[in-house]
Design a protein around this ligand. Structure first.
Ligand code: ASC
Length: 151
């Protein structure tokens, strides 16, 4: 009974504390996972990019849908940068991800914050508001890639 209570409590704690936790059978799976999440993000961010640059007509609903997806997906890649995944697959990850973990975590959190603002901006339906948030998000993507991703 005691052991059961303990396991049940541990399971509940885990479920509550790790909403975006993912487990990987091998390092290559973690690399594929984080790259896939980044790819999905870039596709949806690209649709917003087309609108703010005038290459596609501005549609507030489409922008908001895509921005919400970007904000949701921005939570996912980080679980894939677990220890032991610095090499393998076709990763462009720089060793600094693991040697400067505090700085890396800060940039991850910055992206999640900026994409949440992007989603909120898109929901206003105002193109200028969206543009400003888009630029701030793109700058955040770029500064993290410059610091932590090989060319
Ligand atoms: C994208 C994409 C990136 C970022 C970056 C922003 O759509 O694939 O890597 O935006 O170019 O500066």
């Amino acid at each position: 009974m005691k052991a059961f209570t303990c396991i049940a409590a541990a399971a509940t704690l885990l479920a509550l504390s790790a909403p975006a936790a993912a487990q990987f059978a091998k390092p290559e799976d973690a690399i594929k996972y984080r790259q896939s999440a980044m790819f999905i993000q870039s596709q949806h961010f690209g649709r917003i990019s087309a609108m703010v640059s005038g290459k596609a007509p501005f549609d507030a609903t489409v922008a908001a849908d895509n921005a919400t997806i970007v904000a949701d997906i921005s939570k996912l890649p980080w679980a894939g940068f677990m220890p032991g995944t610095d090499k393998g697959g076709n990763t462009k990850a720089k060793p600094e991800i693991w040697t400067e973990q505090a700085k890396f975590k800060e940039t991850n959190e910055k992206l999640m914050a900026e994409t949440a603002k992007l989603a909120a901006a898109a929901k206003t339906g105002n193109l200028d508001t969206l543009k400003a948030a888009f630029t701030a998000t793109a700058d955040t993507c770029k500064s993290c890639h410059d610091a932590f991703r090989n060319k």
